[in-house]
Ligand binder design. Structure first.
Ligand SMILES: Cc1cc2nc3c(=O)[nH]c(=O)nc-3n(C[C@H](O)[C@H](O)[C@H](O)COP(=O)(O)OP(=O)(O)OC[C@H]3O[C@@H](n4cnc5c(N)ncnc54)[C@H](O)[C@@H]3O)c2cc1C
Length: 433
């Protein structure tokens, strides 16, 4: 019987250290260098951040998303979840702890599918935190349905030539290399005819046309690139995991990426709940504190319950990943977590914003950023609707249609069967009357 909701004391000590460290030393980076966490370190930023990374390394908490067998020092997904929910409070924290998306997912697929040479060239510096990477899959005309992708790689001697367009390739502007999903064989199904390539960003023909920003970011702050791959020549050994393996690789990458986002979202939603509670206790109106108003108590209770449900769901799914060590077996629950995540963050951030009054909607408080973040979570790594479809399909696998007209739980039919089962006793009852 191992349903245990306690963290072992040794690891709890590390988590306590991480919690204090993030609040005290890392969150200030968000204010001094906002949105710059994916810009390679230099000057004052390097001087400030490198010692923090060194402290994390000394605690043994650096890059814990990969297990030792994949070149990391991970403790598994459950422990990562407990750490990530602390890191989720801060934009910079994942960088300081060496476990930021999208690099975690990219590292994971190179670890799984890369050759020794690819690991040496890309994975080692990625795990060292010395470079950034980009996952370039979505196209301007198609995102949720990868079978519609048209970016093409064609063999030319030992090389491949890539042509096409990709959209929303996050961090391409600062990444050292791109993982590009392309069609290599248009004559078979997309599931067999697409492949992944590792492409250094400075390869001739990789043209970043513009860096699209999210709402609220300034024009020059966007980090989601529209890329034209214009006759990009790469050698045969740029192929990752073999020809036709793109879908298998994508599933490995996206499963991990989705659950890691969810872990960090717990931290962000908890931050919103913390702010909600502090405000409720601090603000007076119409003769009492906000915390004494039933509406506000309702906001707090709903938020607490939503966060607790979500957290348990994420921790359980992380535990399942550790148990099965196979994302495919946990697909249903990862998709369910992905479906719930935007609503949880949206609802809690929205209520917290509401009880802060006018101040809540200003750029002096973080709530609108959280609400936009929730909207983003309903799209990045696939739209909510698609994940709901996955959940439903997986759930339905465990059910069969009824053979007759009436449902299995149709009460008259069940009653008749029950009466037949206990007929002799029912007869006796009648006889005693
Ligand atoms: C912040 C952010 C970062 C991102 N980073 C990356 C990245 O690094 N690399 C990358 O390759 N991509 C990235 N993306 C792109 C993301 O993966 C796509 O936006 C997503 O897959 C949806 O594709 P789309 O935008 O083309 O929407 P579409 O595929 O056009 O879908 C539009 C809408 O149609 C509806 N819809 C779609 N399919 C279905 C369906 N089957 N059933 C019902 N309704 C449906 C949904 O409402 C959906 O939102 C990022 C996106 C965001 C917002």
């Amino acid at each position: 019987m191992a349903w245990d909701f306690e963290t072992d004391p040794e690891y709890q000590k590390l988590l306590d250290w991480a919690d204090e460290f993030v609040r005290d030393k890392v969150e200030p980076l968000d204010l001094v260098w906002p949105h710059q966490q994916f810009t390679p370190l230099a000057g004052g930023r390097r001087d400030a951040v490198d010692p923090l990374k060194a402290e994390v390394r000394r605690q043994g908490l650096w890059a814990t998303h990969l297990g030792p067998e994949l070149g990391g020092q991970g403790y598994g997904q459950l422990k990562l979840a407990l750490l990530n929910e602390i890191l989720g409070r801060s934009q910079w924290a994942p960088i300081v702890f060496g476990c930021q998306a999208p690099d975690t997912g990219n590292a994971e697929i190179i670890a799984h599918y890369g050759t020794d040479a690819q690991k040496e060239r890309y994975l080692r510096p990625l795990l060292e935190g010395e470079l950034f990477s980009c996952y370039s899959m979505t196209e301007p005309h198609a995102g949720a349905d990868p079978t519609l992708f048209t970016t093409r790689a064609v063999r030319d001697g030992d090389d491949w030539i890539i042509n096409g367009w990709k959209f929303f390739s996050s961090n391409a502007a600062t990444a050292s290399f791109l993982i590009v999903m392309v069609v290599t064989d248009p004559d078979v199904s997309a599931y067999q005819g697409m492949s992944m390539f590792l492409v250094p960003t400075d390869t001739p023909g990789v043209k970043i046309v513009r860096n699209v920003g999210l709402y609220g970011e300034r024009d020059n702050e966007g980090s989601h690139a529209l890329i034209h791959y214009d006759n990009v020549r790469v050698p045969g050994d740029a192929l990752l995991g073999g020809e036709g393996k793109a879908f298998v690789i994508a599933q490995t990458r996206l499963g991990g990426g989705r659950i890691h986002h969810a872990m960090r979202t717990i931290g962000l939603a908890r931050k919103a709940l913390d702010m909600m509670c502090e405000r409720a206790l601090s603000r007076q109106t119409q003769g009492s504190r906000l915390s004494d108003k039933q509406f506000v108590q309702g906001y707090i209770a709903d938020s607490y319950a939503q966060l607790l449900q979500f957290r348990l769901m994420v921790l359980y799914t992380a535990w399942e990943i550790d148990k099965y060590n196979d994302y495919k077996k946990v697909r249903k629950d990862i998709a369910a977590v992905k479906v719930v995540m935007p609503t949880v963050l949206h609802d809690i951030a929205w209520r917290a914003m509401q009880i802060h009054g006018a101040l809540g909607v200003t750029n002096e408080m973080p709530f609108l950023g959280m609400v936009t973040g929730a909207a983003v979570m309903g799209l990045a790594d696939g739209p909510t609707e698609v994940h709901k479809t996955t959940v439903a399909r997986q759930v339905l696998r465990d059910y069969q249609p009824t053979e007759g007209t009436w449902p299995t739980e149709w009460i008259p039919g069940k009653r008749e069967a029950a009466r037949a089962k206990f007929a002799e006793y029912l007869d006796a009852e009648v006889g005693n009357l």
